[in-house]
Design a protein around this ligand. Structure first.
Ligand code: SAM
Length: 231
């Protein structure tokens, strides 16, 4: 995935440092090789390596294709354990989510908010890995919301406006509908689950609790299972 600073003209890019090392390690690139590229928030294309030095590679690019369509979903996840943040970001980005909210909830440990995975640089690093995996270029927006009640009362009604609203919550709830085709807002709880107060608050904001089956899934498993219903 190429950023504006990688491009020296509309169809020429120069890669250096970490980005060049990544290409060398992953692809073992040689002069004349062709690689698939994408421009952040732009088109996909094919690039030829026209110059290769130990510290830089020059690419000549032919832009050709639109990236895949985004998934029409806004995802709200109670902040998971820090070591899972990376995996969840890569998973949801690969699956095409463009609006992701990490929210606080009663059973989220306060210390999770100090996670190094939540820095802007780490979030971007994992977003890029997810996009590259899916041959996508559209950056998602990741929001961090540390206060549940004001988020649900003041912000969520606007965020979820005109969308189907589902909260994954294990119990005897109805099963999650398969192949939801409209714009959807999905909420997923923390490892300890949403407490009843939180489920009620979401319900009063128009969310329907849905089940993903009899098994209790870890948050990082529940996320792709729930998203797969929208494909
Ligand atoms: N003991 C917790 C509870 O009963 O809510 C389990 C939480 S689960 C490990 C983490 C989150 O994944 C849940 O809050 C929910 O959003 C989602 N989840 C996991 N399994 C689910 C299922 N079978 N049905 C619906 N949601 C599920």
């Amino acid at each position: 995935l190429l950023f504006e600073e990688d491009l020296i003209s509309t169809d020429t890019a120069v890669l250096t440092d970490r980005r060049l090392r990544h290409l060398q390690q992953v692809r073992d690139i040689k002069l004349g090789d062709q690689i698939s590229v994408g421009q952040v928030n732009g088109l996909l294309g094919e690039a030829t390596i026209t110059e290769l030095a130990p510290d830089s590679a020059k690419l000549s690019i032919s832009w050709s294709k639109q990236p895949p369509a985004p998934l029409p979903v806004t995802l709200i996840i109670a902040l998971p354990r820090p070591k899972m943040v990376k995996r969840i970001i890569q998973t949801v980005t690969t699956m095409g989510v463009k609006q992701l909210y990490f929210i606080n909830s009663y059973k989220v440990e306060k210390s999770f908010w100090q996670s190094p995975w939540l820095t802007e640089a780490k979030l971007l690093e994992n977003v890029v890995l997810g996009l590259e995996q899916a041959m996508d270029t559209q950056l998602p927006t990741i929001h961090l919301r540390k206060r549940f009640k004001p988020f649900v009362e003041d912000e969520l009604p606007e965020i979820a406006k005109d969308s189907l609203r589902l909260v994954a919550h294990p119990s005897n709830n109805q099963n999650c509908p398969i192949q939801v085709e409209q714009q959807t807002t999905l909420a997923i709880g923390p490892e300890g689950g949403f407490i009843p107060y939180e489920v009620e608050k979401l319900e009063s904001c128009g969310f329907t609790p849905v089940s993903l089956g009899d098994r209790i899934l870890r948050t990082e498993t529940a996320v792709p299972v729930l998203l797969s219903k929208l494909f």
